[in-house]
Design a protein around this ligand. Structure first.
Ligand SMILES: Cc1cc2nc3c(=O)[nH]c(=O)nc-3n(C[C@H](O)[C@H](O)[C@H](O)COP(=O)(O)OP(=O)(O)OC[C@H]3O[C@@H](n4cnc5c(N)ncnc54)[C@H](O)[C@@H]3O)c2cc1C
Length: 396
């Protein structure tokens, strides 16, 4: 792929074409790209979306939508549709086996959505896509971005079928390995965790409550047990080496070693499983001239706390407002977008990092950690602060 000619470079092409195919070209139709596309279309802005996949990934992946995400999606008319298809978990607890170290209640939060909405990423994407289509939009797929050139007036994207699209702005919503980010020479600083993450959507019996998300701390690594619609549970665990497809026996062994002890949670069936390695990286800037980044293209982090997709959707809604202003001449709004959202990504990484470190303290410090957390949990202010942070209301 050739690289974006940066707007500030002296070799700038002046014979640019000002005949635009679209105001905004969005590369990537994941949750961030689709939320942005729908928000732009709702504001009357022409937005074209391309994705290299022939159809959307039909898998579970990020399974929680937080209160703040539902609030910002409300003007698009999609929040009630998501709520109808999800399961409401009012409580989040951190536990060491059966001992509750930190109970966090969402049901007292001052929001119309006092819960974590548990819903598969495939459903979230389909609801956002449906809204974009209702607003007159369309995702062009399979279409891969192969080249991007930038000039003072706009940017020209070349696609894998040889066609070209001319846009005033281009948004990289193309995930962690973003070509848009690379082509704009934007660094992606950070590192990766040693552990792998294993995921499984399972049918469970006994052992865990139905409407509560539980994060079990354990010297062997953490495990999250979260309810999903349809009587299922999502299991996410950190392991040294994850199998490609976790079996029921594998997930059972994880729960037996790290989960509830008094009453065993029995894995009846694994319906979907996956594994992935996690990086913690943030793009050095969110804007380079007429190129902007959202979602995983701009930041990636551990799924502890379930913030990844939520942060991407919040980016998208913030960027929609900024592009709206930029297209009427206020380009300062585009820099304000990065100034507002980049620190949020850093906070999310810090929170996930703290949770990971606390989860895996050495056995000698385990009793001290549990004492400290139990003492802190008796302070309503601490519980309230955590509820505000996890639900995203802190970013209002
Ligand atoms: C197995 C798995 C499990 C996960 N579990 C969790 C979880 O439990 N909790 C959590 O918070 N997060 C989880 N995540 C992460 C979560 O899925 C992401 O944070 C989320 O998908 C980011 O959305 P996005 O729209 O920014 O990017 P993506 O969803 O990555 O979408 C990017 C899109 O861009 C397209 N694309 C890429 N390059 C090009 C190109 N050159 N031209 C055209 N199109 C292109 C891709 O096809 C893709 O559709 C998980 C991810 C995986 C893979």
């Amino acid at each position: 792929m050739t690289h974006v000619t940066n707007q500030q470079e002296p070799s700038l092409s002046e014979d640019f074409d000002t005949d635009f195919d679209t105001d905004v070209l969005i590369v990537g139709a994941g949750p961030s790209g689709l939320a942005l596309a729908a928000a732009l279309a709702a504001g009357g802005i022409r937005a074209a979306v391309i994705d290299r996949l022939a159809e959307g990934a039909n898998t579970s992946r990020a399974a929680v939508v937080h209160a703040r995400t539902l609030e910002v999606l409300e003007p698009l008319g999609v929040s009630s549709r998501l709520v109808d298809r999800g399961l409401q978990a009012q409580r989040f607890t951190i536990r060491d086996r059966d001992q509750v170290l930190m109970p966090i209640d969402f049901d007292t939060l001052p929001t119309r959505y006092p819960y974590s909405l548990m819903v598969s990423q495939a459903v979230t994407e389909s609801v956002l896509l449906q809204r974009f289509v209702e607003l007159g939009g369309q995702v062009l797929r399979p279409r891969e971005l192969t080249d991007l050139m930038q000039d003072t007036a706009g940017a020209t994207a070349t696609l894998d079928d040889g066609s070209r699209l001319r846009a005033r702005y281009v948004v990289g919503a193309d995930g962690m390995h973003s070509s848009v980010r690379e082509s704009a020479h934007i660094g992606f600083s950070g590192g990766s965790y040693d552990e792998a993450f294993v995921l499984a959507d399972v049918r469970l019996s006994g052992g865990v409550p139905d409407a509560e998300v539980i994060l079990y701390f354990s010297p062997a690594g953490m495990v999250v047990v979260a309810p999903l619609p349809g009587g299922l549970h999502r299991i996410v665990a950190t392991v040294d080496e994850a199998p490609e497809q976790p079996s029921a026996a594998y997930v059972q062994a994880l729960l037996d070693a790290r989960g509830p002890k008094r009453e065993r949670a029995i894995v009846q069936e694994v319906l979907w499983g996956s594994r992935f390695r996690v990086h913690h990286r943030v793009a050095d800037v969110y804007r380079a001239g007429r190129v902007l980044l959202v979602g995983d293209a701009a930041h990636v982090h551990s799924p502890a706390g379930g913030q990844g997709m939520n942060a991407g959707i919040l980016d998208a809604m913030s960027l929609a407002g900024a592009l709206n202003k930029a297209l009427t001449g206020d380009t300062v709004a585009l820099d304000a977008y990065g100034a507002e959202r980049r620190p949020v990504a850093e906070q999310v990484i810090a929170l996930a990092d703290r949770l990971t470190r606390m989860a895996t303290v050495r056995p000698a410090f385990r009793a001290w950690r549990n004492l400290l957390l139990s003492a802190l949990s008796r302070l309503p202010l601490v519980r309230r602060k955590l509820a505000w942070r996890l639900s995203g209301l802190v970013y209002r």
